[in-house]
Design a protein around this ligand. Structure first.
Ligand code: LIP
Length: 295
């Protein structure tokens, strides 16, 4: 490939098809995440219209739906050639196929159960994937007013301060995070509990369940926990947070220890390969679906 071709190729890779720069995309995501955060903060302590989705504990509110429309309308106006995957749009029957086109992957209120109860661990999560790789990630912890941002190759930040993962390298000295998820199917519950039991008995220092995948990933990126793992979550829960962990020096793998797949509904995010491998070696697999296969 000639020098000119290589230069062109690099420039093409550096910009989505529409020619927008990553900085512009990050700025737009931050702006609309902050606007969404105002709506969530105003609603979190009020009366809510609560509905259920895949199970009695898989909740959605009118705020989730309103905030997702706000985010998509704003980004569509800025980037009309881009595609969108939103949690509540998918729940309403829209597609969930991740193509090579620049695609915004959005969870308007990550931690909806927390939101319903007024528990403040809630976030707006907005990721941008191009050629199926996340290039931009924004997670806004709107009650705490913490804006987590990352661009691939440019580091991860919280309110502008650099994020770095923990330096701990042994599972026995680790604080872990996981979730029970939104399935109460007895067999999968039993495996989840067995996984928690086996890790606690290593012993690790502790296991936390705080109800937001996006903020769990931010905790790993910020060095506040060594790892987070979960079975049964979706691309919109993970897209922004996985980039934050990677840009903060961490690793993202499948629950088997193999390569991570954003659509696989399972994840291990860790501060280092050694801890990721120790967790993968301990986990028993929980049967989950695959995003984009929704009927
Ligand atoms: C939640 C995730 C969490 C998972 C819950 C739920 P939501 O996302 O953040 O990790 O355990 O079941 O999926 O539904 O609040 O956007």
């Amino acid at each position: 490939m000639s020098v000119v071709d290589k230069t062109t190729a690099v420039q093409d890779n550096a910009r989505p098809r529409g020619g927008e720069s990553w900085a512009l995309c990050l700025e737009a995501a931050e702006t609309v995440a902050r606007q969404a955060g105002v709506v969530i903060r105003e609603a979190i302590k009020g009366e809510k219209q609560v509905m259920v989705k895949s199970s009695m504990v898989d909740l959605v509110t009118e705020t989730d739906q309103k905030v997702e429309k706000l985010i998509i309308n704003y980004l569509k106006q800025q980037f009309p050639t881009h595609s969108f995957i939103g949690e509540e749009s998918v729940a309403d029957g829209q597609g969930c196929s991740l193509t090579n086109n620049p695609t915004w992957i959005i969870d308007p209120v990550d931690g909806t159960t927390n939101f319903v109860h007024g528990f403040p661990f809630v976030a707006v999560s907005i990721g941008l994937a191009v050629n199926k790789k996340v290039e931009v990630g924004v997670v806004y912890s709107c009650v705490a007013d913490k804006m987590y941002t990352a661009r691939k190759g440019h580091g991860a930040f919280c309110n502008g301060r650099p994020l770095k993962v923990s330096k701990v390298t042994e599972l026995s000295r680790s604080l872990l995070i996981t979730e029970m998820g939104s399935s109460r199917e007895p067999e999968s519950m039993a495996i989840r509990m067995e996984n928690i039991h086996n890790l606690v008995c290593i012993p690790c220092h502790g296991i936390r369940q705080l109800g937001s995948a996006a903020l769990n990933l931010c905790s790993v990126a910020a060095g506040e926990a060594e790892a987070y793992f979960e079975f049964g979550i979706h691309c919109w829960d993970m897209a922004a947070g996985v980039l934050l962990v990677e840009e903060a020096g961490g690793v993202i793998v499948d629950t088997t220890g193999g390569p991570f797949d954003l659509m696989s509904q399972k994840i291990i995010a860790a501060n280092c390969p050694a801890i990721a491998t120790s967790i993968a070696d301990t986990l028993k697999e929980v049967a989950v679906g695959r995003d984009g296969m929704q009927t």
